[in-house]
Design a protein around this ligand. Structure first.
Ligand SMILES: [Zn+2]
Length: 358
């Protein structure tokens, strides 16, 4: 048994700040969490004094390309779960398998390959190794293409709708992909650029944007409302954008949030820009779109876990997996406070700071 004491902890489904909290860990799970007046610390527990710190659930990055980094570099910097959104099968599935060991890095989920039109993105993208993409030439090929990912353990199906660099999936092929994904119990996320492709994505019933809409378009109000009513989630990945594209994405995110849209944290780590861990640019740009530090924590923990179907992660409460981050700040006043990672635990095992069999 280990115990974390003294921190202000964001506890439970409502991320309620509880000063001088005690969180006890046992067998990789949270045994108890509450104010120090209500949680007993067993005399044999090894105690980590987190006074002056804020304890939050481990961050979940919903858009990475893990193959560019040592997975441990994400974990020591506060990311305890990550979802890879396109990498060659012979490289990604062994990483997913080995990620079950809590010392290896974050728990990994993956899409497998990105499904795309012949000649479409990312078949010639400089960042993407061969077989990162998988061409789907016709509606008849959709079921097989989805099965290839699902049979290996895909947690989502990723598609490309990026007309800036090549052809995109036609409507009937995209619809066939979404239908095949549904049959396998999977959602569909996409790299989507421009209003026409966004409309196509909505018409096909896609579940998620893997980036806020790419390109330089302001999303019209009626489309924002459609995204919200169809429960399309957005993974902003603002940290890979610059200049006018970034400003437009922040404005689109602000409008989407204002309409009640579901946002989950993700950086597109590996492509360009973000550093492994809780990314300073990502969180400060989310703040610019109107999110408070606590909103950002919610998007990166509770909401991301729900979105990914990880029902025993993302919240600090009894019985949940002990994925935790202690931030070296007594209060979270600004988004940049979220990158002050002082200690990290995955499944109760210390990856940074200690204690916990490390
Ligand atoms: Zn990406």
């Amino acid at each position: 048994m280990d115990a974390i004491t003294g921190a202000t902890a964001l506890l439970g489904q409502f991320l309620t700040p509880v000063p001088d909290a005690v969180v006890t860990l046992s067998d990789g799970r949270i045994a108890a969490a509450g104010p120090s007046s209500s949680v007993q610390i067993p005399p044999t527990a090894s105690v980590f004094d987190a006074s002056g710190m804020t304890l939050v659930p481990g961050f979940i990055d919903c858009h990475v390309h893990i193959g560019f980094y040592d997975p441990r570099s994400l974990l020591v910097n506060g990311v305890t779960t990550a979802r890879d959104l396109a990498w060659p099968p012979h490289l990604i599935w062994p990483l997913v398998e080995s990620s079950r060991a809590p010392e290896s890095g974050p728990l990994l989920l993956a899409a497998g390959q990105m499904l795309t039109a012949p000649g479409g993105y990312p078949m010639r993208a400089a960042w993407a190794p061969r077989a990162t993409g998988r061409v789907v030439a016709s509606p008849g090929d959709a079921k097989q293409a989805v099965a290839e990912q699902a049979d290996r353990g895909a947690s989502v199906i990723k598609v490309a709708l990026n007309p800036d660099v090549g052809p995109t999936l036609g409507r009937s092929t995209l619809e066939a992909i979404v239908a095949a994904a549904r049959e396998r119990g999977l959602g569909v996320t996409g790299h989507v650029a421009g209003i026409d492709e966004l409309v196509k994505a909505l018409d096909a019933g896609m579940d998620e944007l893997a980036h806020m809409l790419m390109g330089s378009d302001a999303i019209p109000t009626e489309l924002i409302e459609r995204m919200v009513s169809q429960e399309m989630a957005v993974v902003p990945t603002l940290s890979v954008l610059n200049g006018a594209g970034l400003r437009k994405a922040v404005a689109n995110l602000e409008a989407f949030l204002g309409a009640g849209g579901k946002v989950v944290y993700g950086t597109d780590l590996g492509n360009s820009g973000p550093r492994p861990g809780i990314d300073r640019r990502e969180v400060t740009e989310m703040e610019r779109a109107g999110m408070t530090p606590r909103d950002i924590v919610a998007a990166a923990t509770r909401d991301a876990a729900r979105h990914l179907g990880l029902h025993d992660r993302g919240v600090i409460a009894e019985g949940m997996v002990a994925d935790l981050v202690a931030l070296d700040r007594e209060q979270l006043e600004r988004a940049r406070d979220l990158v002050r990672v002082g200690a990290v635990w995955r499944q109760g095992i210390s990856a940074r700071g200690g204690p916990g069999r490390n």
